[in-house]
Design a protein around this ligand. Structure first.
Ligand code: ATP
Length: 244
């Protein structure tokens, strides 16, 4: 039996009185692109942050390649990269300095650092602008830098919170292409969240529709469309939401 890249069981996260995640279970196979989709406040970001070991769940279990996230978070951090929904920091570094700094943290030797930086340069598509300070970048340029950082290290699992949010049409297209290519060429596994139904339909092997902290429908995009008799995922989403 092959081991799942991600296994989430009965996950619950309560903030004060808000139940952000309410008994969530799903798995992601190795080499798969899995998308969490759902309305604002459904619990996507909270779920991804728990899986990335940034916050602890109230209860439930997360295993990454068979490793228990609550018992060995430091092991998990070696296997994953996490692209947060919003991120700032390192404003006074240039894009290039930032990529090199992050590559050094993840690599075992200078040659590997250089390989990662080269990959990062290419993914970012920022060209000469990599020599400018990050504080001079547009929102989309920062996003491109962060995506480059998340993929250049070839993590076993990339956790991408709304990877193309704030990106223009052309660069969104390139990012989706890069994600697909990295899965194909390097066998990485991707868990992402998105508001863009076309995007998940194009990218994901399977998607989970999240509502109020639970998965209300799950499967490959084509199967979901067929079982809800819908011509696109947006329709599936509207039908599931109406029944919920
Ligand atoms: P969006 O699509 O808007 O990004 P989301 O699906 O990512 O939404 P979450 O950010 O996970 O949703 O939020 C789920 C619920 O948990 C929301 O009601 C939110 O207000 C609440 N929540 C999230 N983080 C915190 C926190 N640190 N403290 C209190 N409540 C929180």
């Amino acid at each position: 039996m092959s081991m799942a890249a991600v296994e989430v069981k009965d996950l619950v996260k309560v903030f004060d009185r808000i139940k952000a995640v309410d008994g969530l279970s799903f798995y992601v196979d190795e080499g798969e692109i899995y998308g969490l989709v759902g309305p604002n406040g459904a619990g996507k970001t909270t779920t991804l942050r728990i899986i990335a070991t940034l916050i602890s769940p109230t209860s439930g279990e997360v295993k990454i390649f068979g490793i228990d996230a609550s018992k060995k978070p430091e092991k998990i951090r070696e296997l994953i990269s996490y692209l947060p929904e919003e991120a700032g920091a390192y404003k006074n570094l240039t894009g290039m300095e930032y990529l090199r700094f992050m590559a050094k943290l993840c690599s075992r030797n200078p040659a590997e650092t250089e390989e990662m930086v080269e990959r990062g340069i290419s993914i970012s598509g920022l060209g000469e602008r990599l020599n400018d300070k990050i504080k001079t970048y547009s929102k989309g340029m920062k996003r491109r830098l962060l995506i480059a950082r998340a993929l250049m290290t070839l993590p076993k699992l990339a956790i991408l919170d709304e990877p193309t949010s704030g990106l223009d049409v052309i660069y969104s297209f390139q990012v989706r292409d890069t994600i697909k290519r990295f899965v194909r060429e390097y066998g990485i596994t991707v868990l992402l969240s998105s508001h863009n139904m076309l995007e998940v339909e194009y990218l994901c092997n399977r998607i989970g529709l999240l509502s109020r902290g639970r998965i209300v429908a799950e499967g490959p995009p084509d199967e979901l469309k067929a079982s809800y008799n819908a011509s696109n995922l947006e329709e599936v989403f509207m039908r599931v939401s109406n029944n919920d």
